[in-house]
Design a protein. Structure first.
Length: 272
């Protein structure tokens, strides 16, 4: 059975809900499509104190995310011997209000984990996790996986090539970018017209560049096979996230110039 980021976890809910969200770039879009949600199997020692501490750390994380241009926040609190560690992250194409909307949805959805001392949920727009011990340095763990959308009827070679190209480029560039996030597009040459492939990659900002790099490699391997005949896919792991789609889920002016990170790094890092 697949393990979800740590051995003491059991898979409680795996929701690969690929609902069609008509993405209208520029409009309010908290992207609350839940990709994965899971609870710890261990109850908090003292649930009253633990959840009181959790509520306070959630408020602290939310306060941090409400600052413009803040997409990542951690908080921890140990009071009355009930430590709580919380991490939240929004995709950087989200507006501050959409980020908070996604966080609120995640925080409320994660309450279904009731008395347990840990929970996590990954949505298209954001990520939220809490535990009774620190996990901020975790990158790739068992349970990492690719989530392919619905199959389409046919093989789509040009699209697959384009997606592989962007995701490969993103997995190289993202660990070198301050903030560990990049968004890119690539043209897809069809027989009669040209369309666009969209992709993003992101690591938790609390990991090291090497940690981000190893997480990206796993994520890329998990997601690449989706592109053979599926127009959208995601890759989830403890410390990173990837997504591609044939449909825009960020605006055209929100891409990252990754070219500089592809030029210099490759030769120098491969010599190490
Ligand atoms: C994917 O397939 C499921 C089951 O056939 C269907 O309910 C769902 O609407 C489909 N989703 C998309 C994005 O087409
Ligand atoms: C956790 O706590 C709930 C409610 O107090 C209880 O019903 C349940 O049996 C406990 N589960 C474990 C695994 O201890
Ligand atoms: C924490 O917040 C939730 C939701 O607002 C609330 O239902 C719960 O009673 C709070 N728990 C504690 C211990 O304060
Ligand atoms: C964030 O930016 C908006 C618009 O630029 C501004 O109105 C708001 O005051 C800013 N909020 C904070 C907390 O800086
Ligand atoms: C926990 O929070 C304190 C500040 O409140 C901080 O100094 C410490 O580094 C945090 N621990 C972790 C593991 O981030
Ligand atoms: C990946 O990066 C290389 C080097 O900059 C570039 O030539 C190529 O077009 C990129 N591929 C895609 C699909 O963007
Ligand atoms: C896509 O088509 C354009 C024009 O038809 C061509 O210049 C370009 O090289 C093609 N790109 C790929 C990756 O095949
Ligand atoms: C481009 O071609 C694809 C399939 O080849 C088709 O689904 C799509 O509607 C076309 N787009 C335009 C704008 O013609
Ligand atoms: C990006 O495009 C949107 C509309 O598509 C526009 O409202 C916004 O101001 C643009 N941002 C920048 C930085 O150009």
């Amino acid at each position: 059975m697949a393990q979800w980021w740590s051995f003491r976890w059991q898979m409680v809910v795996i929701a690969t809900v690929f609902m069609v969200f008509l993405t209208i770039p520029g409009r309010s879009q908290p992207q609350t499509n839940v990709l994965i949600q899971a609870c710890s199997t261990v109850n908090a020692t003292n649930t009253q104190i633990f959840f009181s501490n959790l509520n306070e750390t959630f408020r602290d994380v939310r306060r941090k995310l409400s600052n413009n241009n803040t997409y990542f926040a951690t908080s921890n609190l140990t009071r009355n011997s009930e430590p709580v560690y919380v991490m939240a992250q929004c995709r950087k194409y989200m507006s501050t209000s959409d980020c908070l909307g996604c966080f609120d949805y995640a925080a409320s959805s994660i309450r279904t984990c009731a008395t347990f001392n840990g929970a996590r949920t990954v949505l298209d727009g954001c990520f939220l996790r809490y535990e009774s011990n620190s996990f901020f340095d975790q990158t790739t763990l068992p349970g990492n996986q690719g989530l392919c959308g619905n199959r389409t009827s046919s093989r789509q070679s040009a699209f697959e090539r384009a997606v592989n190209g962007i995701l490969s480029n993103l997995s190289i560039a993202t660990p070198k970018i301050n903030g560990f996030y990049a968004a890119a597009t690539a043209p897809v040459n069809g027989t009669s017209n040209t369309t666009t492939a969209y992709a993003i990659a992101q690591c938790a900002e609390s990991v090291t560049p090497d940690g981000c790099r190893s997480c990206m490699q796993v994520a890329f391997n998990n997601i690449r096979s989706c592109a053979t005949d599926v127009t959208d896919g995601r890759s989830v792991d403890s410390g990173c996230f990837m997504r591609y789609s044939a449909t825009a889920f960020f605006r055209n002016n929100q891409t990252t110039d990754i070219a500089p990170f592809l030029l210099e790094g490759e030769t120098s890092t491969s010599l190490c």
